[in-house]
Write a new protein. Sequence first.
Length: 198
Amino acid sequence: MARLTFQRLSGATLHRYIPELARLRMHVFRDFPYLYDGDPAYEARYLQTYVEAPHSVIVLAFDGDRVVGASSGLPLIHETEEVQQPFREADYAVETIFYCGESVLLPDYRGQGAGVAFFEHREDHARETGGMKHSCFCAVERPVTHPARPAGYQPLDEFWQHRGYERHPELATQFSWKDLGDSHESLKPMTFWMKPLP
């Protein structure tokens, strides 16, 4: 079993990894529940946000010198309006919330603690940033009857709860992307999970 190592990167140091991160995201997010039919040009633009946004971070997981996973985060104040709006409407101070974007990991490397490491690195980064009172992320909502849901599929709710996150159904938004097999993008319901940062 490979021994994974982790590295936190921010700003211009991320440039060299953008193409690799784009490929990784498109590969992993093809699976349920995201079913994402990825677009390299969009990925490059999306990942550029983490190069430019103050206090952003991407945590890379390495097997030797090969990137096999990644996890992103940045202060919520630097995210898009559809991400900020649910918190503004609920009277949260968005400048005190750290947003964990996503975690992707190749299947052969799962079950080795990378998920825990990704959260720990991002939360440590949020504390070091200063002024962050909460950490949050959002997850897509797919019906249990979805035709692409694999047999025996287990959502990550229990893992997230063990990390101290609580589902907040009152904090919801929608993201748009093209599902595999579809001819156009469609809106997907997203629900936020949050925890206090001591």
